[in-house]
Design a protein around this ligand. Structure first.
Ligand code: EPU
Length: 427
């Protein structure tokens, strides 16, 4: 069994560069389906979710050349099937992002129905309602969704019940090839959506308003391949900033390779907790916080506080001088990591989607298990501050979204390593 072993108490110093954003790269890879020919993506993170999306694309006939560790040339000229199979959708729900582009280019898609995941039920009803409005007919059979738009996609007005990231992306990717104009109201505004719209516009699409609640897409007859750089990962950046806030030595920790504007709300909340940041030429520098103020945070769609930073924020608040409250509004199961943090000495009480956190003076190293990607990263960071050794298991979750997490932390001076321990099930 692979684990990450952390020896707590060592200061972090230096500069760390974040990779391209997972949640952008996956959708940009799917979007290459819209432009027959070879699209080149640079700054692609080398993480396991990207490998899964690569398998989805290859499975339907795309060819992928890895030009270097972070550059993929994806040729979708000879795509000849329209299926995202169960074994890949079950591994990674974001495989469903191929639905919009497959409908846009071929008018059909067969997608395994995503079940729940460790963040909750995670339905895709809004994707389906929106696509139906564009003229797609759906059928479900044997665990698969069959989507048919061979009669053509027609632009229309779609109002999303909730600003869903995935639904906004699938609707944009289907409607770029529709006849007429589509207006998505209450669209998600995440920077990754802006990145997707930018690449599609470079390909010849006519999308305006990405990054605002109203996105307008004028359909075009065809798109052409381009070269595009994936936006820097704001969540990876935020994760390293939290590590620095808790453990930086006198020289601080600088995080580069992302746009600090994408973390405005995170920075505002962290400043209210007493953490100080300094703009540098390439990113942000964080200093170690002396006294952590308690905080009230609720997760919301962008530009609100991101759910993907909630476990990291809870880790900080668990060490605050007072009582904090964190409300999770996006995913029903995103507090699972809290019970692992309690094993390290945190004092957290969960009541439905609220967490009441009574600050403690420190964590004690323990064996804990990553419940999911962001929770796993937060546990490693908790381990950096803890007295003694922390062993984090189920680290495949972390590898889904953090490229070389252990190596990057080590480069800052953390005492952290990958290790193998006997699997308890086999004893
Ligand atoms: N929802 C529905 N019906 C839908 C779509 C969404 O009920 O048709 C619900 C979901 O169940 C969830 C909420 O709405 O409770 C938000 O879902 P959204 O569609 O916005 O999220 P997503 O597209 O599934 C992406 C990221 C997540 C990130 C969220 C919110 C990717 C691959 N995933 O998920 O990233 O937390 O947006 O910002 O882009 C992560 O990176 O750790 C991660 C989970």
């Amino acid at each position: 069994m692979d684990i990450i072993r952390v020896e707590g108490g060592h200061h972090l110093e230096g500069s760390v560069s974040v990779s391209g954003a997972k949640n952008s790269a996956l959708k940009l890879m799917a979007a290459t389906l819209l432009a027959p020919g070879a699209t080149t993506l640079t700054n692609v993170p080398n993480i396991s979710d990207v490998h899964v999306m690569g398998k989805v694309l290859k499975g339907i006939g795309a060819t992928i050349d890895v030009l270097d560790e972070h550059t993929l040339r994806i040729d979708t000229s000879s795509v000849d099937s329209w299926e995202a199979p169960y074994e890949l959708v079950a591994k990674m729900r974001a495989s469903t992002a191929v639905m919009g582009p497959l409908l846009g280019r071929f008018g059909k898609a067969k997608i395994a129905m995503p079940g729940g995941c460790n963040l909750g039920a995670r339905k895709i009803d809004m994707h389906i309602l929106g696509l139906e409005a564009l003229g797609v007919e759906f059928d479900t059979e044997h665990g698969y969704i069959y989507a048919d738009a061979r009669a053509g996609l027609t632009g229309t007005n779609v109002t999303l019940e909730f600003a869903s990231v995935g639904a906004t992306e699938n609707l944009i990717m289907a409607s770029v090839r529709a006849t007429g104009t589509t207006v998505i109201d209450n669209a998600a505004r995440e920077p990754e959506i802006v990145d997707l719209a930018s690449m599609l516009n470079e390909m010849g699409a006519k999308i305006s308003g990405a990054g605002t609640p109203v996105v307008t897409i004028e359909g075009v007859p065809e798109l052409h391949p381009v070269e595009h750089r994936v936006v820097g990962d704001r969540i990876e950046a935020g994760t390293f900033l939290v590590a620095g806030a808790l453990m930086a030595g006198p020289a601080g920790v600088e995080v580069i390779g992302f746009n600090p504007m994408h973390l405005n709300m995170v920075i505002r909340k962290f400043e209210a907790m007493g953490i100080s940041f300094e703009r540098t030429a390439d990113g942000l520098k964080v200093s170690r916080v002396e006294r952590i103020e308690p905080i009230d945070i609720q997760t919301l769609p962008f530009p609100g506080f991101p759910t993907d930073m909630q476990p990291q924020a809870m880790t900080v608040s668990a060490l605050a001088d007072g009582n904090s409250i964190i409300t999770e509004n996006i995913f029903e199961n995103r507090f699972m990591f809290a019970s692992e943090l309690v094993r390290m000495g945190a004092d957290i009480h969960i009541e439905s989607h609220h967490a009441m956190i009574h600050g403690v003076s420190g964590f004690s190293g323990a064996q804990v298990s990553s419940p999911d990607l962001r929770g796993g990263a937060a546990l490693v960071i908790a381990g950096l501050t803890a007295e003694g050794i922390t062993e984090v298991s189920a680290v495949h979750h972390i590898a889904r979204g953090y490229e070389r997490f252990v190596e990057k932390l080590s480069s800052l001076g953390a005492h952290v390593e990958h290790a193998s321990v006997p699997d308890p099930d086999l004893d």
